[in-house]
Design a protein around this ligand. Structure first.
Ligand SMILES: NC(=O)c1ccc[n+]([C@@H]2O[C@H](COP(=O)([O-])OP(=O)(O)OC[C@H]3O[C@@H](n4cnc5c(N)ncnc54)[C@H](OP(=O)(O)O)[C@@H]3O)[C@@H](O)[C@H]2O)c1
Length: 324
């Protein structure tokens, strides 16, 4: 019998989640063609492997990702810890305003997510937009009301902006931060992780595979499907330059694989950080889930392996994969 996937506590929320979770953005759309059947099989494979944490958002596939997760949860809601996000739908970038100009509108927005997910509560809700005033107070007040009413168990934000993170935890009740962190982007290590550790804010890592780059499956000739936003890596000169630099780093990392897949090495690097609670690799198929979940069962990286990774991306260094 294989050993169970370890669980960790989600900061001050007390919720227990698996050390590897599943991200459901690509399952909703925006990363090339979507195959619902494959995505549902991926969710089943995740549950079978001991994963209980699933991350979605209202904006992924215009609600499609939430609907899919709702379908998967039918009759077994208790096996899922569900996180969603709100903020990007209808965002007015020019004026820096979300469409949720009042607390009531924000709450109505979260209730729509509950309907798509066919559940009466979310375990976790994130503020998905990283613009501060005038949205922050509305999001904080709305999330706190939803928590009092039992519609969400905990709340937090998705951001890489330190000032915003501190604002959102002004009254100390922000339970989680979702943030981009990987071998290619270690910027959170300098200020943000120490702050989270001191304030008991759980860290949920996205971007650990750098949108697939750290799986090692891409090369300079890779072409992406129509509708996949990663086409920018071949079409936009500045993004192409960064992509090629990343591929060089991937080549150097391949020498550290030793019986693991490169994805497992990349995920293990993230899980080993003492501030990190869970990592949510995006997965579109059962095969990807089964590969990724193994990272949670592997031993930590050795000191020598970490030293070699430091030589590729120094502690606190690297580049942000997502601007947010
Ligand atoms: N809050 C935010 O603003 C925000 C932003 C980004 C992501 N997220 C969350 O984080 C999750 C992960 O997204 P991410 O950007 O961080 O992506 P990622 O996990 O770095 O990369 C995920 C992509 O890599 C590929 N992949 C995953 N496992 C693989 C494996 N074992 N072998 C080969 N390919 C594999 C899949 O795409 P292909 O099969 O198409 O290559 C998958 O969609 C999302 O689903 C979402 O839940 C949140």
């Amino acid at each position: 019998m294989r050993s169970p996937l370890p669980k960790r506590t989600l900061g001050k929320s007390g919720i227990e989640i698996s050390v590897v979770g599943t991200g459901l953005w690509a399952a909703g759309g925006g990363w090339g063609p979507v195959d619902d059947q494959r995505a549902l099989q991926a969710i089943d494979a995740a549950l079978d492997a001991g994963i209980n944490f699933f991350d979605t958002a209202d904006v992924y596939g215009d609600g499609h990702s939430e609907e899919l997760l709702g379908k998967a949860m039918r009759g077994r809601r208790d096996q899922f810890v569900v996180a969603s996000k709100i903020g990007w739908v209808g965002y007015d970038g020019q004026n820096g305003r979300s469409q949720y100009g009042t607390v009531d509108k924000l709450i109505a927005g979260v209730e729509k997510s509950l309907q798509r997910l066919k559940t009466d509560h979310l375990d976790l809700i994130h503020n998905h937009i990283f613009f501060r005033e005038p949205n922050t107070d509305i999001f904080l007040e709305g999330f706190q009301k939803l928590q009092r009413d039992g519609k969400v168990r905990a709340y937090g934000l998705s951001s890489s902006q330190f000032e915003f993170i501190k604002d959102f935890n002004a009254n100390g009740s922000c339970a989680v931060l979702q943030i981009d962190y990987s071998i290619l982007n270690r910027t959170a290590e300098s200020e943000i992780f120490p702050y989270c550790q001191k304030n008991n804010i759980a860290v949920i890592v996205r971007g650990a595979l750098a949108m697939g780059i750290l799986t090692g499956k891409f090369n300079s000739k890779t072409r992406f499907a129509e509708g996949d936003f990663r086409n920018n890596w071949q079409d936009k000169d500045d993004e192409r330059r960064v992509f090629l630099e990343d591929l060089d780093k991937v080549k150097r990392l391949q020498t550290l694989v030793h019986g693991r897949t490169l994805s497992q090495l990349a995920l293990r690097f993230v899980i080993d950080h003492p501030t990190v609670t869970t990592v949510i690799p995006g997965a579109r198929s059962a095969k990807q889930v089964e590969d990724n979940v193994q990272a949670g069962l592997l031993p930590p990286l050795t000191k020598e392996e970490r030293r070699q990774i430091d030589a590729i991306t120094p502690p606190g260094g690297g580049r942000k994969i997502w601007p947010a």
